[in-house]
Design a binder for this molecule. Structure first.
Ligand code: ADP
Ligand code: MG
Length: 397
């Protein structure tokens, strides 16, 4: 086992029992979320893993090696720690921020420079940014740098204690997507503390539910939703989510409508208007020639700019909310409903537009969840009949 915790107990000096007989096995590459109410022992458990706290009894092993026997420097090379809601250091450049931990671990300068370049590339920001200060970047860009900073020292295990707790829900979701994507790509093992069940369900491969210092349940998100171990877990999940548990293995790709009205940025606005008119839609998705999603265009944009702007690219919106075709409906349904969009574009792993999810399709999903019919085929062609989507080659394939 990669990381194992056996019969861990922690009693603070005043006599407070914070953690009681905690047992957990974690494999390499897992994303483990500790969830529980405040005071349930999450932070205490996490801090024992990197020896910031000494357990009262019990054993923690990494690759079979007892960490209490390990050289502290070696341990810090293996385990990273990201504290609650910490931003970038304002007086340090982006490079210095990213290489903060590598510097503490005394990496050679050229290795740090290489690493900084690699990291900034991971979040699609230009290398020039490395020598800027945080205040010269947008809030969103700073947040993304914060995420890669946690990965920069290349430690095997990263401990994150409510890193996104103070962020607004939309920002938090985009950082969740980012950390999950990077964690998978880089094969990191992450232990992540949260008190937000949505966050745990989105991120975790394994959820550890804690209450009063004890483990209530250890299971995958699916398993937790289908078989909550007790009433405490059930309440934590909430009734709404238990309803959503049924179609939990359905992917967005299975329910999306495949034929989407799309147009390229170089086309004229009058062509866009004609396309909308022909197809009876009030908005178009914009893709490049390769089918990569670039943005969208609303009828209103044409109204206001028809005389001055000439091409779609001049007036289109570049910020488009989309979902991935292989993501689970369970994870996306709330995001879509929360934003109140009529429909949301769906992209493949190369950001190519492959379809659209309509609110009508979501009605079907929620209906199925409530009334059963588990083996009803989710045929995208007849799942939704929204009048806003049309047959126009948006599909890259
Ligand atoms: P969580 O992170 O789940 O909110 P903690 O691990 O921080 O919970 O705390 C678990 C329990 O231990 C709480 O009851 C808390 O009040 C108590 N506790 C935490 N730190 C200390 C400490 N240094 N001394 C005494 N009690 C503590
Ligand atoms: Mg805590």
């Amino acid at each position: 086992m990669f990381l194992s915790m056996e019969h861990l107990n922690k009693t603070y000096s005043g006599g407070k029992v914070a953690v009681e007989d905690f047992n957990l096995e974690v494999e390499k590459g897992e994303f483990v979320c500790f969830i529980g109410t405040s005071g349930s022992g999450k932070t205490t458990t996490m801090r024992m893993i990197n020896r910031m706290l000494q357990q009262t009894s019990g054993t923690i092993k990494i690759n079979g090696e007892d960490i209490s026997q390990m050289d502290p420097v070696k341990l810090r090379r293996k385990i990273g720690y990201v504290i609650q809601n910490i931003g970038l250091m304002p007086h340090m450049t982006i490079r210095q921020n990213i290489t903060l931990v590598p510097r503490l671990l005394k990496w050679p300068q050229d290795k740090m420079n290489e690493r900084a370049k690699e990291m900034i590339k991971l979040v699609d920001l230009p290398e020039e940014f490395l020598d800027r200060y945080p205040s010269e970047l947008s809030g969103g860009q700073q947040q993304r740098i914060g995420v890669v900073r946690a990965l920069a020292a290349d430690q095997d295990i990263i401990l994150m204690d409510e890193p996104y707790g103070a962020l607004d829900p939309i920002t938090r979701e985009s950082l969740q997507d980012l950390i999950k994507d990077l964690q998978t790509r880089l094969g990191k093992t992450i232990i992540f503390v949260t008190h937000d069940m949505d966050e745990a369900l989105t991120l975790a491969t394994k959820i550890v539910v804690m209450d009063g210092g004890k483990i209530m349940q250890v299971a995958s998100p699916d398993e937790i939703l289908r078989h909550p171990a007790n009433e405490f877990v059930e309440n934590l999940i909430g009734k709404d989510r238990l309803i959503q548990a049924r179609p939990s293995i359905t992917t967005v790709g299975q329910v999306m409508l495949k034929n989407v009205a799309s147009i390229t940025p170089d086309r004229l606005l009058k062509e866009a208007l004609k396309l909308m008119h022909d197809r009876r839609v009030d908005s178009l998705l914009v893709t490049d020639d390769g089918g990569t999603l670039k943005g969208y265009l609303d009828i209103e944009d044409i109204d206001y700019n028809f005389k001055t702007a000439t091409s779609v690219g001049d007036v289109m919106h570049n910020d488009v909310f989309y979902v991935k075709s292989d993501s689970l409906v369970r994870d996306t349904v709330e995001r879509i409903l929360k934003r109140g969009f009529k429909n949301v574009p769906v992209v493949d792993n190369h950001n190519r537009l492959v379809g659209i999810v309509t609110r009508a399709a979501l009605v079907d999903i929620v209906y199925d969840a409530l009334w059963g019919e588990e083996d009803k085929k989710d045929d995208s062609e007849d799942t939704a009949t929204a009048s806003t989507t049309v047959d126009q080659g948006g599909d890259a394939k």
